[in-house]
Design a protein around this ligand. Sequence first.
Ligand SMILES: Cc1ncc(COP(=O)(O)O)c(C=O)c1O
Length: 380
Amino acid sequence: MNVYFDNAATTPLRKEVIQIISNVMEDCFGNPSSVHAFGRTAKTNLETARKGIAKLLNAAPQEIIFTSGGTESDNMILHCAVKDLGVRTIISSKIEHHAILHAMEALKINNGIRTLYVDVTKDGSVDLDHLKALLQSDDSRKLVSLMHVNNEIGNILDLNAVGELCHDNNALFHTDAVQGVGHFTFDMEQLPVDFLSAAAHKFHGPKGVGFSFVRKNSGLQPFIHGGAQERGLRAGTESVHNIVGMQKALELAYVSLEKEKVQVNKLKSYFIEKLRELFPDVIFNGLSGVENKSTYTLVNVALPIPADKSLLLDFHLDLKGVACSKGSACQSGSNSGSHVLKAIQEAPATDWPSLRFSFSIFNTKEEIDYLIQVLKEFLK
Ligand SMILES: Cc1ncc(COP(=O)(O)O)c(C=O)c1O
């Protein structure tokens, strides 16, 4: 049996998404910047997708800028905030995705930007009092970048609370919502968020495509230079088939969001229950074991397995066809590979192997039973 529990890494595409991508590839290959009929058809598809995505997030179509995915969107916002908006200090946390952390390091080295990291508690929550103190530490122009849903431990950030704090202190707010868009609803007209990043492959859409939400009149200038695509903000011929596929994936995600949330959450709860039976001492990393404080799609657990045995755990799971993740590439049984776990874990969890299991609507209860069986066999 092969089971896929790595949906935070990427999700399988929905059939309807594959179908629409294939239709666009076959029937609509024109360049959307061309003025002839082929180009105009492609342009219509592109703009219809933009309007569709904007509507689903209650944003304006011109606030949606298509990119190649989460990494580019994150880089675009951070670099442009420095380049175009006078930002001299970026505040983030040590448990962000590397797309943010490495972009910050580059901006520090190349542009002399001050980088500050807000404290996170042992359960992975952002310390808002510390954030306030950092925001008030000097009067430089600041951008705060904090992720909506943590991709390793699933913690959910209160975007309203953080956004209001930023705006009260005259700072801009960006959120990497790559793990949130398509899983939770967003009302961009109401949310105090200036910039947001999303990627289609996390909500059953294609890889290599995503978007940045850039609030109207932000003052951002081009990040990638070239043609006048994306209202001059992001040059390069748009990947029309992928963009249309992304819109379809997002639409389907939101049409059945509540139903699918319940379905996936049931799987998560069932897994937690079975795991607790098997490992009464199991430790849930971050808030991933707490309903409503973490996303319904993932669980990150430290398993009380002796060090000599834990080295074989990955191998055993792989051999039995179980795909899951350590949260980040890591060769040994310890968690030294994950910067997120390193920032929050304490003993004994630090001595145990940690695994991230992430679910989607394509998983079943039978697959969870199989996973538990595989873990039981391993313990024998
Ligand atoms: C929170 C978060 N940000 C950014 C990214 C990068 O997105 P992409 O793979 O589309 O570049 C990911 C993907 O793993 C992610 O989970």
